[in-house]
Design a binder for this molecule. Sequence first.
Ligand code: SDX
Length: 432
Amino acid sequence: MSDFSDTAKLLIDDKEIELNVYTGVEGDRAIDVTSLYKDHKLTTYDPSLGNTAICRSSITYIDGERGVLRYRGIPIEQFNRSKPNFIEVAWALIFGRLPDHEELGYFHDALTDNELLHEGLRNQFMALPVDAPPMAILSAMISMMACYHKEFLQLEDETSLLGAAARLISKVRTIAAFTHRRSAGLPFIYPDPNLRYCANFLHMMFSLPYKQFEVSEEMEDALNLVLILHADHEQNCSASAVRVVCSAQANLFASCSAGVNALWGPLHGGANVKVMEMLEMIYRGGHRPEECIAAAKDKNNQFRLFGFGHRVYRNYDPRAKILKTACDRLFSKLKHKDPLLDVARKLEELALRDPYFIERKLYPNVDFYSGILLRAMGIPTNMFTVMFAIGRLPGWIAQWKEQHFADGAKIIRPRQLYVGNPKSDYIEIEKR
Ligand code: SDX
């Protein structure tokens, strides 16, 4: 840990405890409580860890108040360029800087060389139910990669990490496409080594044995952008799950499988499916957007306005802004229309002028518009969270690498506040 920049004083039991204060690159400050229990038998209480920095990280920076998101210091808006490239962003997140031509070429080749599934892994895939939840398939298959790629269970240098990363990033795309094809009763379409990452995915999803799916540049660019916008987001729920599992010195496959399972939750990555169900319910079910807003505000109603609100952003999620304009761009180029986009816009308009949402600083998040873009590409709703996982995988790998190689990294093991029974005796069953 670098030198601390300041100190804080904690007064308890008439005792003054001096604590170090560290300052991050952007002025974010953290009080160091690492010795609080050892020296004072005190813990801090922060159940959802919303006030707790669990690591020092140089991967992604978010300023929630200002709606700022940067990957390795680069503002997210700068990746919204004419030819967005998910693979170069994946490299930057994992290795700390944008790749040069040679590195990018090498990475593309490594992804191409690792597109296929080991036949044993493919047989495991075929044993899963056809209608199994796609996220269950993905987490199971990533975990099973530890059985078929045992040479990557120990990663002690960047070369072996690159090998494992290439296998994961390439194969999750194949697993996702095969999952869709099998559930739709379609034959598998194998990767085409001449296609780049996103074009190859769309080819595997939508080509037919007798008819190659023509991937338009607009659609390939849109998918690169969607995956870039999902690539990392500092210590979100799934990235923290990856770090916790990694901290026990578990392998990369086990840690990323844990990330998939955390992402599956509807409060996290699963929200993009819930957003589409919500928009469909309004559009097809004859519910008015105003009813949705009212239900979301009703404390007696479980319903939430999915795609709205965020633990960190107290401003518009910059990713949602980019996705919203990307919808317009793709729709006009493909001459595509989707009534759900109009419903989403109406919901956003109503929420952004409603005191309930204004007071709580609830804005659209990454999940609010992403599904509409994926739907325009023909990707079925039940695959949306898998698409989030494909995008987030480089971020999980980067977080795993930072945790695994961090100086002095220890197992992550929080404490608790015990509120259970005081000491009590065993009671024989006859006396209960
Ligand atoms: C992602 O962390 C990340 O970075 C995640 C992510 C990433 O890239 O990894 O950005 C991806 O997960 C985005 C979020 C996707 N989830 C959803 O869209 C689900 C709907 N949103 C909410 O469930 C909620 O906003 C969370 C889970 C996202 C954040 O929850 P918090 O920070 O725990 O906030 P909270 O639940 O304490 O809410 C504070 C208040 C409460 O009202 P009061 O008790 O103060 O009266 O805001 C209300 C909440 O009821 N509220 C909502 C709401 N979100 C918060 N009310 C209605 N609809 C909502 N969507």
